[in-house]
Every structure is written in structure tokens, then in C-alpha cells.
Write a protein that binds this ligand. Structure first.
Ligand code: CP
Ligand code: NVA
Length: 316
């Protein structure tokens, strides 16, 4: 058994790249429908989509949005969430493979937030009946990108011909954003300080998945990256697990704050996006965060609808 074999297509969701062509569009359509149907409560057509199935949740890092929205999503689809202590992701009491092989006998899916992306892959490879969903790893945050794409679709309709800028750390959130947007015809401008760029592999993957003429371009100057774009996205400068680098990162990223001047370089009506939690005064000013351009709480709401669609597509 190769413990880090690629996820089985259609079984797991460790990365936006696990979606086959057309899946992203289909998922967003389903999520929009589920969002509209939510007012029906238990009369919604998908209220029993999980038919009482159990979904395990294993979180090695803090979470407000992801944990809450997965728990609500499972419940609104007629399933049950089982919260596992974080120690089971450490593989010390028993190997991760054995944890996975136990879980698959009881639950349909595992939602895992972990440090090493490889751990999620080990769970996925070890248990052929367990759907594994990446709720954020050090490398990727694919569930966030689903919500971000629904948010843009609600504002723009088709993404074709649109451009977003990602300004800041080339991190997990940026990776999944860049994997997703070009698939919908949305071009991406990237601006990160030297040494903090997205890996070249991620940019290549994004270009390979691009549709409708979307492109991915890198800039040194955030102002140039933001010029004329339809949305400006950012994320924290210091991700969970990097706390020891906080002061160093504040120095390195100082010129990469999303402020009113940067937003003014973007197109009229451009959106401001952030996965949250946000640090006002670091990656974004309070003024931009609270401005009419900001869609951050739409993104947070859409975590719920897109994850319901994801669970329904993988499990139902
Ligand atoms: N955006 C996001 O994933 O938030 P949490 O870390 O609170 O889950
Ligand atoms: N890049 C951030 C995202 C938090 C949702 C982190 O990993 O901490």
C-alpha cells in the first residue's frame, strides 16, 4: 500500500485538483440551490441526503468557520457529526492507517484539519470506504476556495473575463484559490514578497486547469497586481503553526497590506475578500475590512452551502 497515493477520484476531497472537469461548476450550482432551499428547513429536498450517516471530525488546529459549518452541514443533510480528540491525528497511540481502518467501519466520511497534508492523504489511502475531506492543511484549503467561488458567482455570474488579485502570503488559502479560479475562467494576479510566493508547481497546476482564456501572472508590486482587477483577496501573514515567525513576517509583509490606496487601484466596484480570521492593521486595514467592497461574511456564510453540496456529491 502506498500511503500517499493520490486520492481516489470521487472518493476524497483533499484538493481542488481532486475535482474532475465540470465538478466545480456542478458543485456551485448545487450549493446555490441548497442555499435557496435552506428556508424550507426539514422540508428541503436534501434534508435527508445523508440518511443518518455519521461523519467524523478531526481537528488538529483551531477553527470557528470550518468546524461550525461542517457540523451544521451534516445535521442539515440528515447525518450526525462525531468529534474526535485531536490526539488521534498524531499517530502515537496507534498508526494513522489503523485509525482510518477503524473509522471506515463506523462512519462514511472524515473531515480533517491537520498540519502535514500527507496525513490527510494517509487516511484517504488507508481506507477505501472512507471519504476524506481536507478541512485545511499546511498546503491547501480547498473548502475555502469552494465558498470563495460561490461568492464570486453570486456577484458576477460567469467568471469569464474577470480577474482577481491575491496579495500576501503564498499559503494554503492562496493555493486553493489559484487552483479554483482559473477553472471558472477567472484570471489571477499574484503578489507576494520574495521567498513567500506560491510554489511554481501550484502556478503550473493552476495554468493547466485554466478555462476560457484565464491566465495566472506574478507581480513584485502589489499595486501593479491590483491594477484594474475585479477583486482583491488576502489572508493572514502568519498562518496557524507559524507563530514563532510572527515578528519577522510583519516586517517582510509590511508593503503588502490591503488598504484604501490598493483598493483604489482596482476596478470600480472591486470586491475585497478574506477567508477570516483577519488581523486588522496587518494584512488589511479596518477601513477596507468594513467597507462596502468587503464580502468576507458572504464567504463565511457560503462555507455552509458549499460544504453541504460537497458532502451530498461525495456521499449521497
Ligand atoms: N476560514 C476558515 O477556515 O476559518 P476557521 O479557521 O475558523 O475554520
Ligand atoms: N492561512 C490561514 C488560514 C486560516 C483559515 C492558516 O492556515 O492559518
Amino acid at each position: 500500500m502506498n500511503p500517499v497515493a493520490p486520492a481516489t477520484p470521487g472518493k476524497d476531497f483533499l484538493s481542488i485538483l481532486d475535482l474532475v472537469r465540470g465538478d466545480l461548476d456542478r458543485l456551485l450550482g448545487l450549493a446555490a440551490q441548497m442555499k435557496a432551499d435552506r428556508r424550507l428547513g426539514t422540508r428541503a429536498p436534501t434534508a435527508d441526503a445523508l440518511g443518518g450517516a455519521h461523519v467524523a471530525m478531526l481537528f488538529e488546529k483551531p477553527s470557528l468557520r470550518t468546524r461550525s459549518t461542517f457540523e451544521i452541514a451534516v445535521r442539515e443533510l440528515g447525518g450526525h457529526a462525531l468529534h474526535l480528540p485531536a490526539e488521534f491525528a498524531q499517530g502515537t497511540r496507534e498508526p494513522l492507517e489503523d485509525v482510518a481502518r477503524n473509522l471506515e467501519r463506523w462512519v462514511r466520511a472524515l473531515v480533517i484539519r491537520t498540519f502535514a497534508h500527507r496525513k490527510a492523504a494517509i487516511f484517504a489511502a488507508a481506507a477505501s470506504d472512507l471519504h476524506v475531506i481536507n478541512a485545511l492543511s499546511d498546503e491547501e484549503h480547498p473548502c475555502q476556495a469552494l465558498a470563495d467561488m460561490l461568492t464570486l458567482r453570486e456577484r458576477w455570474g460567469s467568471g469569464r473575463g474577470r480577474t482577481l488579485a491575491y496579495v500576501g502570503d503564498g499559503n494554503n488559502t492562496a493555493t486553493s484559490l489559484v487552483h479554483a479560479a482559473p477553472q471558472l475562467g477567472i484570471s489571477v494576479h499574484l503578489a507576494s514578497p520574495p521567498g513567500y510566493e506560491l510554489p511554481a508547481r501550484v502556478v503550473d497546476e493552476a495554468i493547466r486547469g485554466a478555462r476560457d482564456g484565464a491566465s495566472v501572472r506574478s507581480f513584485r508590486d502589489p499595486r501593479q497586481a491590483a491594477a484594474g482587477v475585479d477583486a482583491v483577496c488576502t489572508d493572514v501573514w502568519t498562518s496557524m503553526g507559524q507563530e514563532a515567525e510572527t515578528e519577522e513576517r510583519r516586517r517582510v509583509f509590511a508593503g503588502f497590506q490591503v488598504d484604501a490606496a490598493l483598493m483604489a487601484a482596482a476596478a470600480r466596484g472591486a470586491l475585497f475578500m478574506h477567508c477570516l480570521p483577519a488581523h486588522r492593521g496587518e494584512e488589511v486595514t479596518a477601513e477596507v475590512f468594513e467597507s462596502d467592497a468587503s464580502v468576507v461574511f458572504d464567504q463565511a456564510e457560503n462555507r455552509l452551502h458549499t460544504q453541504k453540496a460537497l458532502l451530498a456529491m461525495l456521499l449521497a
